[in-house]
Design a binder for this molecule. Structure first.
Ligand SMILES: C[S@@+](CC[C@H](N)C(=O)[O-])C[C@H]1O[C@@H](n2cnc3c(N)ncnc32)[C@H](O)[C@@H]1O
Length: 262
């Protein structure tokens, strides 16, 4: 039997913490360029190296603590089903699950991504927590359209929403809002600080794919209340959006009031 997961020190960032509101850079227009990781076959060594880099970048950005803080603020009760859109190799969700499983038991996780790159070891990590995991290899738009309304308790996204231009993104958020009661995302913050950092990644050993995609991701990232503006207009949702730590843009939508479940 595998032992309990090692305890990591994660600082959960809540709304009371200071943010970097004064550094919003609205002069940097949002531009979306194809990312190399999306073009490469899943088993390409550069793609595999880049997924390892993303794991390290998630540590540096502090996205796990930020996402836990968002979920904490949204006061989500024990979920039955938790989904990550654009989940990649699933390791980010596994780290999240290691924290959440201290409170939430027997959760069903769905990892949705166009590429199936989730290893047996990662699947085993969920099983060791008493959680089940389903890997869905699909385009998120297809998956969202095919899944039933109100069928999910929480949807999370990490370094994923920035792939899409506003019209597609508002469609994605509309579909997600009809299926879940909480949606939380950590995305690149489109700021001078984040852009400067993204240009230095080769010095910390990131490969050429990551160096290219990191700059593209910051330019496609978010600032201000751009995600809130794309969320469906509906009084039943409480929205919070802010920059978090040095490089992240955080968004959470929480459904307030009663809602049926499928
Ligand atoms: C930057 S990676 C982030 C992976 C993961 N969230 C993490 O933090 O490690 C973005 C992921 O989105 C996936 N992706 C991009 N467009 C997609 C789409 N339309 N449908 C499903 N997955 C998509 C890519 O395959 C990739 O795994």
């Amino acid at each position: 039997m595998p032992g309990p997961p090692p305890r990591q020190r994660i600082r959960i960032k809540t709304e009371d913490d200071d943010d970097n509101e004064d550094e919003h850079d609205f002069t940097m227009e949002r531009t979306i360029k194809a990312e190399l990781l999306d073009e490469l076959p899943a088993d390409d060594p550069c793609a595999m190296g880049s997924r390892r880099d993303i794991h390290r970048l998630n540590f540096l950005m502090g996205n796990l603590g930020t996402l836990l803080g968002l979920m904490h603020t949204a006061r989500l009760p024990q979920p039955r089903r938790l989904v990550e859109l654009g989940a990649g190799d699933g390791r980010f969700m596994l780290r999240l699950a290691r924290y959440l499983s201290r409170r939430w038991k027997s959760v069903e996780v769905l990892l949705v991504d166009r590429k199936n790159v989730v290893t047996t070891e990662t699947r085993g990590g969920f099983a060791a927590l008493g959680w089940s995991v389903d890997v869905v290899t699909a385009d998120v738009f297809d998956w969202l359209r095919e899944s039933s309304p109100h069928s999910v308790d929480a949807i999370v996204a990490n370094l994923f929403l920035h792939h899409f231009p506003a019209p597609q993104l508002s469609e994605l958020l509309r579909l997600a809002a009809a299926r879940t009661r909480m949606f939380a995302a950590c995305e690149p913050w489109r700021s001078r600080t984040a852009l400067a950092f993204s240009r230095t990644l080769r010095f910390i050993g990131c490969n050429a794919v990551t160096c290219h995609d990191a700059v593209a991701s910051v330019r496609a990232g978010f600032a201000g209340r751009e995600l809130s503006a794309l969320w469906p207009k509906d009084n039943h949702w409480q929205l919070r959006e802010r920059s978090a730590r040095l490089f992240t843009h955080a968004f959470v939508a929480e459904h307030v009031g009663e809602r049926p479940y499928a």
